[in-house]
Design a protein around this ligand. Structure first.
Ligand code: C5P
Length: 409
């Protein structure tokens, strides 16, 4: 007789398992057992579709907990409301994660209990996708998963092989033991930038002409804000110095709102010393040399003539600091022509370690849009990344930054 002693790696961990409607749901019953074997407690939520594949009774028997299926259930609401369901979990696991529930989660829909829980939680989420290969390969599914990953959602699988629909290919749910391993990993967050300080600039600057007028630019702040959020997620204590944008301050990030380039410079210098500086702001190169005290009136002295003076270069100033120069200084180069040549020259001129170059010609839709195609230029060469959402670019850049600080990305 051989005796196997299972490591109780999940002792005291509370898993909320959401079973969505796919044939792989039968494996989720085994997953409940495997999680419990390792010491976790499991509460199960099932979508309506899931109940066509496995019964709540089976899930309740295996989890030794009531199974929740309804968004508006008097019993559940009085005994355990949906907010409590996710609040009292350490991790939400969606297995199988069907194309439908992934789409709902990516969009933030909340039409049933499972989708509502995914929206109403601040806990980590792990998804184990399972679906037919054509659905899996569909750009909609891939885009939804990319969105979820960029928000920090963990993914395990799918593998490929024979599918229940008779086809062969990707879309097979990960095996229960692989999901257990992913649960263990998700509950041990990797924070490779823990103990590091990061400064990020973002958005445009507004340079006043008079009390009501200013010169600005079309920067949305989406890329810079996403970088601050990504660095913070990897454990860096992050300060975001941002010009006027409509983007919300990312959770957990210290946010300093400024208007002009000079205010942005002051706020950045006040934030030093930092280990990492990422200058993603579209800082106005010039400002009016005098700002009128009163609104400039039409007609009085003909057409006004503005005289400009150059603004301080924040990136070059930070990169040129002495003892408090950040270990890594990253600049951006938004160009409309000869992107790589201009960006390489900019890296040298400004003394940055890396330059993230992107083409912002109007046809690319980058300025203000959600997608970005970037090239990362370092002393070692050029790394061109495929088009991705700004959140994905941010996550990848933060991963690359984490890698040079010795942690795992
Ligand atoms: O020279 P250019 O504006 O194209 O350089 C872009 C890079 O320099 C970006 O990283 C931007 O944040 C930074 N920059 C700055 N201060 C300025 C101008 C640009 O930090 N006054």
């Amino acid at each position: 007789m051989t005796e196997t002693i299972l490591p109780l790696t999940l002792t005291g961990r509370r898993i909320l398992l959401i079973i969505a409607g796919g044939i792989a749901a039968y494996k989720s019953l085994d997953l409940i057992r495997r999680l419990r074997e390792r010491g976790a407690s499991v509460r199960v939520v099932m979508t309506e579709a899931a109940q066509h594949f496995v019964t709540p009774l089976a899930a309740a028997a295996l989890s030794e907990n009531p199974v929740h299926t309804e968004l508006f259930s008097l019993t559940d609401e009085s005994e355990m409301g949906h907010i409590r369901l996710s609040r009292e979990a350490d991790l939400l696991v969606v297995a199988p994660a069907t194309a439908d529930i992934l789409a709902k989660a990516a969009l933030g829909l909340a039409g049933d209990l499972a989708a509502t829980l995914l929206l109403a939680t601040d806990k980590p989420i792990l998804v184990a996708p399972a679906m037919n290969v054509v659905m899996w390969n569909h750009p909609a599914t891939q885009a939804n998963l990319a969105t979820l990953r960029s928000r920090g959602v963990f993914q395990v699988g799918p593998g490929s092989g024979d599918l229940a629909c008779g086809e062969v290919g990707g879309g097979r749910m990960a095996e229960p033991l692989d999901i257990v391993a992913a649960v263990e990993l998700a509950l041990t967050p990797i924070r490779p930038l823990q103990g590091r300080r990061a400064l990020v600039t973002s958005g445009p600057t507004f340079e006043p002409i008079d009390p009501v007028r200013y010169i600005g630019n079309r920067s949305s702040g989406k890329q810079g804000h996403a970088i601050a959020a990504a660095l913070q997620r990897l454990g860096a204590e992050t300060i975001l110095v941002a010009g006027p944008t409509h983007e919300p301050a990312p959770p957990g990030v210290r946010f300093v709102a400024v208007e002009t380039a000079r205010e942005m410079l002051d706020a950045c210098l006040a934030a030093l010393p930092v280990d990492i500086a990422v200058c993603a702001a579209a800082v106005a190169d010039w400002r009016a040399d005098t700002v009128a005290d009163q609104k400039i009136k039409k007609g009085a002295g003909g057409t006004p003539v503005l005289h400009f003076v150059e603004n301080p270069d924040i990136l070059a100033t930070i990169a040129g600091r002495g003892s408090d120069r950040p270990a890594l200084v990253v600049g951006f180069a938004a160009e409309t022509q000869d992107v790589l040549a201009h960006a390489q020259a900019k890296r040298q001129r400004k003394g940055a370690d890396w330059i993230v170059a992107n083409d912002v010609s109007p046809a690319t839709g980058t300025f203000g849009g959600d997608l970005n195609t970037v090239h990362v230029i370092t002393a070692e060469g050029i790394d061109s990344w495929p088009p991705a959402t700004k959140a994905e670019v941010a996550a990848r850049l933060a991963g690359r930054i984490a890698a040079i600080f010795g942690g795992r990305p």
